[in-house]
Write a new protein. Structure first.
Length: 361
């Protein structure tokens, strides 16, 4: 069914990608642009993926939810090049209408409640977005057009209390948070719709990936932003939780390329995407403070309130299958990533400080 063609034989996709012959002038008209719909386009990954797909010649549509204040900072620079559609993961009809209007070739389902600690304070909302939200998008595909290719943003958090080291596509899941449990549901419902309805639906099991666009509540960005503020004299302490936790941290720009490669592949297959190297939060902190010439031990304090009810102590992925079958490998290493984030926050804080100084005058 999904064999060698870019899209399933006999599907609307094949027609979209087959060059059509013009009547008179040029012998071959260019193929129509492939069309992608990204849920979660305002998030870290959504913004990088939108940029990447535009570079690949896609027409890009993004789902945004209604809010009294817009949170479009990560995609402002793409204004005029992408189309935003209002819908919500909680509202099935809004998703069906959006998919029906856009008629995408590919859907990347990135929208979720993605912050692990919030999943303990809002477990039901987390399951609504992060678990059931996936079924709502899959149902829209099933009802509107089964030839749409679907990417689900699965997570290494599903491995939780890890059952083997490193983790591969065959490692058993043991989630440790309501977020992780919700992602396991999203993962298996994607597999189930692939097997039940013959959808081209794949799940990318992505390990932690970061960037200067990462939300400031996640540990990498919390550290890089605090380092910049301390260096600029705006803050004197950084409070953190578990310094011993270890993660396999990669660069978000590298990881969104893997999402696209999965949907371009000739078979719908799930992949682990990771760098294969793990570092502790302590390593992260030390590197980040070193970058600006400060001794981290003078500034970091442990706040027991930031410890989690159930911790994922260490994660490290083996992405060999993606390397062999998708020709994917990361280009940015951990040291480069930390340097990139600290440097970006040093510039950001300098601009914020200059703005505050101007306001004070
Ligand atoms: P993020 O920055 O937190 O972005 C989440 C996105 O989801 C935002 O655009 C948010 O919109 C949207 N969203 C949340 N609830 C929604 C709802 N009810 N309706 C519509 N949109 C909603 O996350 P990210 O880091 O880019 O991650 C993208 C996806 O990959 C997530 O599913 C995450 O769980 C998963 N993942 C991330 C990593 C990682 O290390 N980054 C690793 C594995 C898996 P607003 O702007 O309106 O809030
Ligand atoms: O940066 P984090 O909050 O990311 P976490 O929990 O690993 O989740 C991220 O990666 C997942 C992939 O595995 C995604 F699915 C998920 O959506 C998200 O993007 O925490 C990383 C580690 C944890 O062990 C945490 O306990 O850092 C530790 N940590 C120590 N002090 C802290 C802090 N984390 C945060 N957020 N804040 C702290 O002060």
């Amino acid at each position: 069914m999904f064999a060698s063609s870019r899209y399933p034989v006999g599907s609307r996709k094949l027609k979209r990608f087959t060059p059509r012959f013009a009547l008179f002038s040029s012998p071959v008209a260019p193929p129509p642009m492939p069309r992608a719909l990204i849920t979660g386009i305002t998030g870290q990954d959504g913004s990088y993926l939108a940029e990447f797909l535009l570079e690949q010649g896609y027409e890009v549509h993004g789902m945004v939810r209604r809010a009294s204040t817009e949170s479009f900072e990560r995609i402002t620079h793409l204004a005029g090049r992408i189309t935003l559609r209002q819908a919500d993961l909680l509202d099935p009809l809004s998703i069906i209408n959006m998919v029906s209007d856009v008629r995408p070739d590919e859907i990347y389902n990135l929208a979720a409640q993605s912050f692990v600690p919030t999943s303990w304070s809002q477990p039901l909302l987390t399951s609504e977005y992060t678990a059931l939200g996936v079924t709502r998008v899959l149902e829209a595909i099933r009802l509107v057009d089964r030839s749409i290719r679907f990417y689900q943003a699965s997570s290494s958090e599903m491995f939780g209390r890890v059952q083997e080291e490193p983790q591969t596509e065959r490692t058993a899941f043991y989630p440790r948070s309501p977020y992780g449990v919700s992602k396991v549901y999203g993962h298996w419902i994607t597999v189930n719709y692939r097997e039940s309805y013959d959808l081209f639906a794949v799940s990318g099991i992505l390990f932690n990936h970061e960037s200067p666009r990462r939300g400031k509540e996640f540990v990498t960005r919390k550290v890089s932003y605090a380092v910049a503020r301390i260096k600029h004299g705006l803050q004197d302490k950084l409070r953190l939780g578990n310094l011993d936790a270890q993660r396999d941290w990669g660069y978000a720009g590298d990881f969104v390329r893997a999402m696209w490669l999965m949907l371009k592949h000739n078979q719908p297959v799930d992949y682990v995407i990771a760098t294969g190297k793990k570092h502790s939060v302590r390593d992260l902190v030390q590197l980040a403070f070193d970058r600006v010439g400060l001794d981290w031990q003078k500034y970091v304090e442990i706040d027991p309130q930031l410890l989690r009810p159930a911790e994922v102590n260490h994660l490290c992925g083996d992405a060999s299958k993606a390397r062999v079958e998708l020709d994917w490998s990361p280009r940015v290493n951990f040291e480069q990533l930390v340097a990139m984030m600290v440097d970006a926050d040093m510039s950001l804080v300098a601009r914020e400080k200059a703005g505050a100084d101007r306001m004070a005058q």
